[in-house]
Design a protein around this ligand. Structure first.
Ligand code: PRX
Length: 648
């Protein structure tokens, strides 16, 4: 709730410049209001009109079937292939010869492909995958650095009707294995390794480890990038360049039903088990197509950069499917932002004359800390629009982004959405909306968002409560893989007819939303979702640990940082070495991003009489603030006193 107060005093407003506004698709309130009203009053008419701009191969009979809510069907009976929507649709137009992907490797090597070249490469890999026995309805795991081939891999799966399940390359072998097993993947696309901070980050060894004893995976396709030596399993492993060289580029896209699965993407919930969020084809394409067009007000000459890795939803929707459907030129970067120097990003903006930059608040805060002199050394005048996503942005970071990167000319779109929503839900429209630092402003077309109390009653202006979406939308998740119950429970269990986003929010006097962060046991570290349970399970799997509780504490740089309270087996020695070991252990189990920023050893954890760990108290201790509110259910007060004493 402290965040509510924080931003309540924010009264600065920023209008788009007259020049930006003049050229924008939607640049007046009347048009916006009319379209927004239509989208809510006649959603089927609205979405049907948009969907007709996409290359369907069979017409749908009904826009929305919500009769089995909360399981939605959009564009019922329609057929469309996602790779054809991103590629083939442009091939008979001038876009065919436009650059689709412009890539820079960390060492500075560059490569670009036009839409027609990308279509050829996708066709070759698609045929290659088919030759390995991958077919419609299968699942394929993708575990890659940021390469052109990573996008090719996603689109090749889509082309032959196999669902992709991209696992972020920073995840450990163990985390990859769990996701491969849960998704029932039968093939993996990976790379030997990629460049990260001047070193090769090897990926293939993690795949080998993840696949130990997993007979279901018959094929592994390996892109050669790092040049690092890799183990090889004959019959299973295939070099990407050899596989694609042998294949024809001509691959007829599989006819996909609008509701066929396009991809699974695992994300964290409040239990230890990651959720495989299911997205299907038609509605997802329509949602990403329209949001990309309007939120970035994309123009033919734009060179657009979204810094997200394809391992996250932002990489799916706004590196691949949204931009490519719109025929945009997308910039990709392989490596770290501080290699070989702290101005690397800005150097690339200048070098490639990038026009749009979409990144995360945690990155912005990092750049802020590195100092103004780094962006100051480069010409950023090509930039015309900035975006943020992934977590609430504090007004100070917003102002820095506006001043130092946007040079007070570029609108900032602070976009609120989730893995589950598939596409941007609450956002400014850059040529119209007056922005306020820290607010994601107003709902996008077709989005009926509200802030409600415990009972589902809409709250008055500026009161904090649950952020909900009151109706289905085309790009919504269709469920959790293999767990329909959990889908209903998690998102629809609380209010029944409204989607529970799991975020706290308030809405101000202008109807602007101010998202305050998660209300469940989900951490948001550097814009990445992790569940407290997952990190706890990893800690407890260490032989010396008996119990662990993980909470988030505010962190200037990463938004939230992980603070772990750990109880060890009696007789075990606690100390700095064990902290290091436990950190390493978590990094191995889940990935480096889950490594706790702080570990505190304790003889016991504060619990209620029913045995529930009192996280609220731990959060206060981690944040170094006084505990307010009810502690009457605590079982043993001495635990709390000890924890507090340790702090000093
Ligand atoms: O808490 C919200 C935060 O990120 C969560 C979704 O995380 P994920 O599924 O990993 O997707 C991130 C990229 C879409 C949300 O529930 N979040 C995302 N965008 C914003 C945000 N919080 C505040 N402002 C945002 N713009």
């Amino acid at each position: 709730m402290s965040q509510i107060e924080n931003v309540l005093h924010e009264s600065r407003r920023f209008q788009p410049t007259a020049e930006f506004q003049a050229r924008a698709r939607i640049n007046n309130e009347i048009t916006y209001q009319r379209m927004y009203r239509q989208s809510l009053e006649d959603p089927e008419g609205f979405w049907g009109r948009i969907a007709r701009e996409l290359p369907w191969t069979a017409q749908w009979t009904k826009v929305l079937d919500w009769s089995k809510a909360p399981f939605a069907k959009w564009f019922v009976g329609g057929q469309i292939n996602a790779s054809a929507a991103c590629l083939d649709r442009h091939l008979a137009t001038p876009v065919a010869n436009k650059v689709a992907l412009l890539w820079e490797g960390e060492p500075g090597d560059t490569r670009q492909v036009t839409y027609s070249e990308l279509a050829d490469e996708v066709g070759r890999l698609a045929n290659g995958l088919r030759s390995l026995g991958v077919k419609k309805g299968d699942r394929v795991a993708i575990y890659m650095p940021m390469l052109i081939e990573s996008v090719v891999a996603m689109l090749a799966c889509a082309r032959i009707g196999a669902a992709h399940s991209v696992v972020f390359g920073g995840f450990s072998a163990q985390a990859l294995r769990e996701r491969i097993q849960d998704g029932g993947c039968t093939a993996v696309i990976t790379a030997d390794g990629g460049f990260r901070r001047g070193q090769i980050q090897a990926l293939k060894p993690a795949v080998d480890e993840a696949l130990l004893g997993l007979k279901e995976v018959h094929s592994v396709v390996v892109v050669k990038r790092g040049g690092n030596p890799v183990g090889w399993k004959e019959g299973r492993d295939h070099w990407y360049h050899e596989l694609t060289k042998q294949s024809s580029s001509n691959c007829v896209p599989e006819a996909m039903d609008s509701e066929d699965v396009l991809f699974l993407l695992y994300t964290s919930g409040s239990t230890g088990k990651p959720k495989g969020i299911v997205h299907t084809t038609g509605g997802y394409l329509v949602g990403t197509y329209l949001t990309f067009q309007h939120v970035f007000d994309i123009r033919p000459e734009d060179i657009y950069w979204c810094t997200a890795d394809i391992g996250w939803i932002t990489g799916h929707s706004y590196v691949v499917y949204g931009p490519l459907q719109n025929g945009a030129t997308v910039f990709l970067y392989e490596g770290a932002p501080n290699t070989p120097h702290l101005g690397r990003l800005w150097e690339m903006v200048q070098k490639h004359k990038l026009t749009i930059l979409y990144t995360a608040p945690t990155a912005i805060r990092t750049f802020m800390r590195w100092g103004d002199e780094h962006p100051g050394r480069f010409d950023l005048s090509s930039l015309r629009l900035l975006g943020t996503v992934g977590e609430p942005i504090n007004p100070e970071a917003w102002m820095w982004y506006h001043r130092v990167i946007g040079r007070e000319r570029c609108p900032i779109v602070d976009t609120w959405w989730q893995t589950e929503t598939g596409a941007i839900m609450i956002t400014p429209l850059p040529g119209l909306t007056a922005t306020k630092p820290g607010s994601c402003t107003r709902p996008f077309f077709g989005v009926d968002a509200a802030v409600v109390d415990e009972k589902g009653q809409e709250l008055a202006t500026n009161q904090g409560g649950f952020l909900v979406l009151k109706r289905p939308w085309p790009s919504m998740l269709r469920g959790i893989w293999n767990d329909p119950e959990r889908y209903v429970q998690t998102y629809w269990g609380k209010f029944g007819h409204m989607y529970l986003a799991g975020d706290g929010s308030r809405r101000d006097e202008d109807g602007y939303f101010w998202v305050m962060g998660r209300i469940d046991d989900v951490l948001n570290v550097s814009g990445h979702r992790l569940s407290t349970m997952e990190v706890e399970s990893a800690l407890v799997s260490h032989p010396k640990v008996v119990e662990a509780a993980v909470v988030a504490r505010p962190d200037e740089l990463t938004g939230q940082a992980i603070c772990a309270f750990v109880t060890v087996r009696s007789g075990e020695k606690v100390g700095p070495q064990l902290k290091v070991d436990l950190g390493e252990h978590v990094a191995r189990e889940i990935g480096k991003l889950a490594r706790p920023a702080e570990i505190r050893f304790t003889e016991a954890l504060p619990k209620t009489r029913s045995g529930k760990i009192m996280r609220r108290l731990l959060r206060d201790i981690a944040a170094g603030v006084e505990t307010v509110g009810d502690t009457s259910t605590i079982e043993d007060y001495s635990v709390l006193a000890k924890l507090r004493a340790d702090e000093e």
